[in-house]
Design a protein around this ligand. Structure first.
Ligand code: ALA
Length: 645
């Protein structure tokens, strides 16, 4: 493999660190500091509709950041599979990927900044052997009603002083201000505002829904020393996108929760949520700014014989590698290509990969080699992938075959339509429906052909929506699952949802099974398998059972167990959902039974569920059924809401 470090001598003297070594060092480092190591959660989030995919290590841990005790303790660490579909257009340069592993460590109301920042510094400089003079850091300079993080400035100053590195703090607040000011020698700690140094799943403080946790963060950047490119701003600074600096770690000091009135309150506990891209830290350890030189990609490129001197071919190959690796992980987690939701995202990534590979690689043997390179890179780390290897190979090859069958025809049609110099959203939709061109592929082709698309995203969305609405009535309806937010009302409705499912089973029969669920602070929706319309009397009975259980003020109890144990206990789960090896289970009423004694005499309901829930059913308040209707043959939808508050 030829690398972009041009000195052959350098390559001979320098051993590239592999990502497996970085992962191992990180987990051992935090294990030695009292952390329990968790396995990675699935890429499909459980009970969380804020994103389609798990995009950070903290996502499966939200209930614990909000105060629920974690069975494994107050200090956790892991390497979490993450996928950010929103970054798909950035892929092709030397540092963006959609799929990545996020190294993470957490403190749930335990240690704080004084431990986190020195540990991170020690890990990066001693274990990974990054030169401290190549590290730059950012901290929160404050925002509306949100205090600046002066503590972190002092901690960083002391840490750099131990290495005798001159360290000045400079407040730059916004990217614009930073690119105007630039950086002077000695300036190493940069204060940015909410756009850059505030972290929550929803982004900016103003975008956070009620109940969402967030906080100021402190990021570490690695300086590769490459020259600044003025295309990205007047002067360089750590958050500049020119490629000189790469963010390799983010310590979020998660101590706030958004209130319904838009202000913030302190959480019950002060949390640390650290995330660092495994591949990025590995790239920094090798002082090589090209993330695609990290081992897993290197193995993929060996299977494809990449020419490092052809910039355009390199860009396409990076897209192919990224998308195929992402698809391998998504398919292993049960997401198959389709025209809806998560499945559409997998289809889109695979079709983009097929399109970019088309010209150069007509022989498909390379595809198998590239997929096998991914699978072998993660052998022993992600067992799911190895176990699903045959299915992965079959699914990806099948998707490539299907797409190539229509690709040439579709391209002809595309060129015919652009002969007039423009392409409409209807054209884009026809290409999607007849030839399987994802919208983004058409956009890409149109941009390459110099065709302007203004406002087309919205137009395509409208066409797409029209199509989806039509097909929805014809096929079994599914809707985006989970909770819209973790606000108090949504949480109350979530517990009511469990009561409702059980009440439906009591009134209509045990064959009632959940097929989907969606809960906002306004109402809950539950789709369930059942033949026939409910009578008014049945609805009344169901409503009464739910309200009786609310009045009984039953405890809502969370337990952790293996998936097999939960299955033996007949815990309810959604049809077709894939669950991890260890699961969280909620029972309403004490769950005194065990696998050996699976009676649950006292538990009214038991479900596979990640929460959050109220502590006792009395907190829900009066519940009422609003509507019951058909979704498709054999599937009903029921809507309910809270009477007050
Ligand atoms: N949750 C933080 C992030 O994703 C660490 O950057």
């Amino acid at each position: 493999m030829v690398t972009r470090c041009n000195s052959a001598r350098f390559i001979l003297l320098f051993r590239y660190m592999e990502s497996a070594e970085v992962r191992k060092k990180f987990l051992e480092f935090f294990k030695e500091r009292g952390h329990t190591i968790l396995p990675s959660a699935s890429l499909v989030p459980e009970n969380d509709s804020t994103t389609l995919f798990t995009g950070s290590g903290m996502q499966p841990l939200v209930p614990y950041l909000l105060g629920q005790p974690h069975p494994a303790g107050k200090r956790l660490a892991n390497s979490q599979k993450s996928f950010r579909a929103e970054d798909i257009d950035e892929v092709g340069d030397n540092r963006h990927t959609t799929f990545f592993e996020m190294l993470g460590n957490w403190s749930f109301g335990d240690y704080w900044k004084q431990e986190q920042l020195p540990w991170l510094f020690e890990f990066l400089t001693k274990e990974i052997k990054l030169k401290p003079e190549n590290l730059y850091v950012t901290v929160f300079s404050g925002g509306k009603d949100l205090a600046a993080d002066n503590e972190s400035i002092e901690i960083w100053k002391k840490l750099f002083a131990t290495k005798k590195i001159p360290t000045e703090y400079i407040e730059v607040n916004t990217e614009h201000e930073a690119s105007e000011k630039g950086m002077q020698p000695g300036q190493r700690i940069f204060g940015y505002g909410v756009e850059k140094n505030w972290w929550s799943r929803a982004g900016l403080p103003s975008k956070m829904p009620a109940g969402e946790p967030g906080g100021p963060d402190s990021e570490v950047f690695y300086d590769f020393g490459t020259p600044h490119d003025t295309k990205f701003g007047k002067k360089c600074h750590p958050n500049c996108d020119c490629g000189r600096f790469l963010e390799i770690g983010n310590s979020v000091f998660m101590e706030y929760k958004k209130k319904a009135d838009g202000t913030f309150e302190k959480l019950k506990q002060r949390n640390v949520d650290f995330g660092g891209g495994l591949e990025r830290i590995t790239a920094a350890s090798n002082n090589d700014p090209d993330i695609f030189h990290v081992d897993v990609f290197k193995k993929m490129s060996e299977a494809l014989a990449v020419d490092p001197n052809d910039e355009e071919a390199l860009r396409k190959d990076r897209i192919i590698f990224d998308h195929i690796r992402a698809a391998v992980f998504l398919i292993a987690d049960g997401v198959l290509p389709s025209n809806k939701g998560r499945g559409y995202v997998v289809r889109k990534t695979l079709r983009r990969a097929a399109l970019f590979s088309r010209a150069a690689k007509t022989d498909r043997a390379w595809l198998k080699k590239v997929i096998q390179a991914v699978i072998s890179s993660y052998r022993g780390v992600y067992g799911d992938i190895e176990a699903a290897a045959d299915n992965i190979l079959k699914t990806i090859s099948g998707e490539f075959e299907k797409f190539s069958a229509t690709l040439d025809e579709g391209l002809k049609e595309f060129h015919k339509r652009i002969a007039s110099g423009k392409i409409t959203s209807k054209d884009a939709f026809d290409l999607y429906q007849s030839y399987g061109f994802p919208w983004e592929v058409t956009k890409e082709l149109a941009q390459a052909a110099g065709i302007l698309l203004i406002g087309m995203d919205a137009g395509f969305e409208t066409e797409f929506q029209k199509h989806q609405d039509i097909s929805r009535t014809a096929s079994a309806g599914t809707f985006k699952g989970g909770l819209a937010d973790h606000s108090e009302r949504t949480t109350r409705l979530h517990t009511a949802h469990h009561l409702l499912l059980r009440a439906l089973q009591i009134v209509l029969g045990p064959e009632v099974k959940q097929r989907g669920s969606n809960i906002t602070s306004e109402r809950l929706r539950l789709d369930f398998a059942y033949d026939g319309k409910m009578t008014d009397e049945q609805k009344k009975k169901v409503e009464k059972i739910v309200n009786d259980k609310i009045k009984e003020n039953m405890p809502v109890i969370r337990s952790e167990m293996s998936r097999e144990e939960a299955e033996k206990l007949n815990a309810e789960h959604e049809f077709g959902q894939k669950y991890p090896d260890r699961v969280s289970v909620y029972s309403i009423g004490p769950m005194s039974a065990t696998v050996q004694n699976p009676e649950f005499a006292e538990a009214f309901s038991i479900e596979f569920c990640g929460g959050p829930h109220v502590a006792r059913t009395g907190e829900i308040g009066p519940f009422k059924i609003v509507k019951e209707e058909a979704v498709s043959a054999g599937v009903r939808r029921i809507r309910g809401t809270l009477d007050q508050g």
